[in-house]
Write a protein that binds this ligand. Structure first.
Ligand code: ARG
Length: 467
């Protein structure tokens, strides 16, 4: 007879057992489960339900269970359904009948909600650390590559001259917002469900605030029904990871493109490349492709969690049990992707010759020439039209806008003469002219790097709730 069925029910059918059990997945919550139980023991002791000797016996018993699990000696039994019942029944085996007092004033509903919050907080902080690692790597590379120019693209067509560091800093900005979303999610989920019981609390005088405090939570959840039935904290964390995953996939896609012979902008180190089982010459950017793939899994997990809770009437419904795998997988996938991408970017080499060489084709300074005309009093629309005509002329001759003769330029507009025109057509000058806030001029990008470094460093010093 299984503990989970109590005295009410006879043995479960085999098919039910298979559906019902979750221990193969949720045993990963064992540490959080024991931490939650130790806090609950404090609550029971404070309420006079456990004597201090009994409380100590339970704590010692749980420490032994923890040691056994760590040593791989725990016999996880699917008949006992889940991590909670497995640990409790092992405790009873170790300490005897007094172990049966642990579950006073508690349900697996507030228990699992607590375990999940503790787990999400811990793993969330680990992911933050990995994200900080990637942010630091990108900032370092941006600083080091500050003088390298490259085209800025729209529609994957060369648009305007810019610099590699500005591009890398765009990645960084995106990741900085991901960091904020993660911190928000971790901060908001940091509340204690313990004491909420199955749904409507308990008649025992548990001091929920001090139990919450002993787990590093900001306080007890305000409503016992909500505390046991809501999983938006998981949706929020995992969807923040899904957005992060989408962002990493964009970086991954650029790495795939940039390390192709067609672009040749960068080369991954051997340590982050893979070979082909058939084609001996291959050096493949699998790291970036696998990172792209993780985004799919993260999006899928978010969908799973949302659909699990969709239309669920209050309170707890058993399908919530299936919230574990999407949470665990998302935390693993996000951390793995971040660490691999950080290593790949840190050890890659950028090819300045190819990056700057790409400025030579595509009439990249057309906007700058139009802007020059604007400085001569020509309305921008008209300037746009004039320069468009010149680009057409250059294209017909198979040359670049900057290679048109002085006569051809002058024929297009009387102001198109002199050294300022030639300067407008020079990519390096064009980049430096874009010296406004957010632009790619060297001084601006250096400022942006310094500002970002200060922000990331400050954020890393700020302690995250309860962690
Ligand atoms: N294994 C369950 C879960 O993860 C624990 C809660 C079970 N509660 C219940 N009333 N059957 O959701």
């Amino acid at each position: 007879m299984s503990v989970a069925r109590g005295g009410r029910l006879a043995a479960a059918d085999q098919a039910m057992l298979e559906l019902n059990q979750s221990v193969e997945v949720d045993k990963r919550l064992w540490r959080e489960d024991i931490d939650g139980s130790v806090a609950h023991i404090g609550g029971l002791e404070g309420a006079g339900i456990l004597s201090s000797e009994e409380a100590q016996t339970l704590r010692d018993g749980l420490s032994q269970v923890a040691r056994e699990i760590e040593a791989g000696q725990m016999q996880w039994d699917p008949v006992k359904e889940d991590v909670h019942m497995n640990i409790e029944s092992r405790l009873v085996e170790i300490v005897g009948a007094v172990g049966g007092k642990l579950h006073t004033a508690r349900s697996r509903n507030d228990q699992v909600a607590t375990d999940l919050r503790l787990f999400a907080r811990r793993r969330g902080v680990e992911i933050l650390e990995a994200l900080d690692g990637l942010g630091g790597v990108i900032l370092g590379r941006a600083e080091e590559q500050i003088d390298v120019l490259m085209p800025a693209y729209t529609h994957l067509q060369r648009g305007q001259p810019s610099r590699l560091a500005h591009h890398l800093m765009a990645w960084q900005e995106m990741l900085w917002r991901d960091r904020g979303r993660l911190v928000d999610a971790i901060t908001r989920l940091n509340e204690s469900p313990l004491g909420a019981g199955a749904v409507a609390g308990t008649g025992f005088a548990i001091d929920r605030a001090s139990v919450a405090q002993s787990l590093g939570f900001s306080g007890p959840m305000r409503n016992s029904l909500d505390a046991t039935a809501s999983r938006d904290f998981l949706m929020e964390l995992v969807s923040a990871l899904a957005i992060l995953g989408v962002h990493l996939s964009r970086i991954g896609e650029e790495i795939v493109l940039w390390s192709s012979s067609e672009f040749g902008f960068m080369e991954l180190s051997d340590g982050f490349s893979t070979s082909s089982s058939m084609m001996p010459q291959k050096k493949n950017p699998d790291v970036a492709e696998l990172v792209r793939g993780k985004a799919a899994l993260l999006i899928g997990a978010t969908t799973t969690l949302m659909v699990l809770e969709k239309s669920l009437c209050f309170g707890y419904g058993r399908e919530l049990q299936d919230d574990k795998r999407p949470l665990f997988d998302s935390c693993d996938n996000a951390r793995i992707a971040l660490n691999a991408l950080a290593g790949a970017i840190e050890t890659a080499s950028f090819r300045a010759d190819r990056l700057e060489g790409a400025l030579e084709r595509g009439h990249l300074t057309a906007t700058d020439l139009a802007d020059y005309l604007v400085t001569q009093g020509v309305p921008f629309r008209e300037a746009h039209h004039i320069v468009g005509g010149l680009v057409r002329k250059a294209s017909e001759q198979g040359i670049e806008l900057s290679k048109l003769s002085a006569e051809e330029l002058l024929a297009a507009h009387p102001s198109l003469q002199g050294s300022e025109v030639r300067a407008a057509l020079d990519p390096r000058t064009a980049v430096e002219r874009r010296a406004l806030f957010g632009g790619p001029a060297k001084a601006r990008v250096l400022e942006a790097i310094a500002d970002a470094r200060a922000r990331w460093q400050l954020a890393q010093k700020e302690s995250i709730a309860g962690a």
